[in-house]
Design a protein around this ligand. Structure first.
Ligand code: ZN
Length: 340
């Protein structure tokens, strides 16, 4: 079969790769219904992460199980499944505490930008639906696997609740999902920081009540003005740069919480600033597995439409164009059709 392989900066190819096979008895093989490109795939694509050998790309997935290893008990061939980008046993102490993304046996999913993929730790990672979802559900189910799961974790970690004032830093796909999640959790006010008209429109559709276009000190000043000088109790940092983190720190009220889900690149903290600002912080790779059953239900019941975040859909053979479009910010997020 053909799959997506990254060789180095801006060199991604759709080429022959080995068919995935059961390696461990806890593995499953799935036939992808669709797959997509993550904002985090752009770090190695832009050459900002060193890579030693070609990478089999893709960690967001949903599809139909075609084969399982001898130890797999909870999913079987023929079932439609969604899994997290973090592979977990879902039984160790960290998993039972709700942090499957720190599982004692954690691995990260790879190779999902392909027609077929191997999912290790299938019992702990995959969640099956009762029935085969309609084709129009696929983009929304795919979004649950990472981008919505991460936005949801950001809102959960930032302790968003009914009536909360929330600031979302970053208008990428995860930030937009953070807006949707905060809205689902009943936030009273959701301030989205965005300077792109198309993303502002989507943010409003997902539940943003205010848009702030300014950045840096000006952005902080604008949000302090909007919140009567208080700041927000929940801040979702969905970028991972020093400037975005400072933005988050600058608008979070004392006693408030900053959730950070963008992989930090060049971010550092000042101990005394942390001490005197009295802010709570929780972040890291999202334990999407914790939220999967709930989010899949919300999608299947038609309550949320996270797949709207895919503003470019291409056949997987054109995966290189999908990366390019996201790199050049022509697309928020690219979905890849498989099996054609
Ligand atoms: Zn575990």
């Amino acid at each position: 079969m053909k799959g997506t392989v990254l060789y180095g900066a801006r060199d991604v190819r759709f080429e022959d790769v080995p068919e995935p096979k059961i390696i461990h008895p806890t593995d499953a093989i799935i036939k992808l219904s669709a797959t997509c490109i993550c904002g985090s795939d752009l770090w190695p694509y832009r050459g900002l992460n060193e890579i030693d050998s070609p990478l089999h790309m893709g960690h967001e997935y949903c599809g139909v199980v075609i084969e399982v290893g001898s130890d797999v008990k909870t999913v079987r061939p023929g079932q439609f499944v969604v899994g997290s980008f973090c592979l977990s046993d879902n039984t160790c102490p960290h998993c039972r505490f709700g942090f499957q993304s720190s599982c004692a046996h954690r691995e990260f999913m790879t190779g999902a930008q392909a027609p077929y993929a191997r999912v290790p730790l299938a019992d702990g990672t995959l969640v099956a639906t009762a029935e085969m979802p309609d084709a129009d559900m696929i983009p929304h189910m795919l979004a649950v696997s990472d981008v919505l799961g991460t936005g949801w974790y950001a809102a959960d970690a930032a302790q968003v609740h009914k009536g909360s004032t929330v600031v979302v830093v970053g208008d990428g796909a995860v930030g937009l999902m953070g807006v949707l999640s905060a809205s689902q959790m009943g936030a009273g006010r959701i301030i989205a920081m965005s300077r792109h008209a198309d993303r502002q429109k989507l943010a409003r559709e997902f539940g943003a009540t205010d848009i702030v276009e300014e950045r840096g000190e000006e952005g902080i000043a604008r949000i302090m003005e909007l919140t009567d000088g208080v700041g927000a109790e929940s801040v979702l940092e969905c970028v991972g740069m020093e400037t975005s983190m400072q933005q988050a720190v600058g608008v979070c009220r004392p006693g408030g919480t900053i959730a950070y889900v963008g992989v930090p690149h060049g971010v550092s903290f000042d101990g005394q600033q942390l001490f005197f600002r009295q802010q709570r912080m929780l972040g890291g790779p999202a334990p999407v597995r914790r939220f999967l059953p709930d989010l899949m239900n919300r999608v299947l019941e038609g309550g949320i439409h996270p797949g709207k975040v895919f503003d470019l859909v291409l056949p997987i053979a054109q995966v290189a164009e999908g990366y390019k479009a996201m790199d050049e910010r022509r697309a928020i997020k690219t979905m890849l059709r498989v099996g054609e």
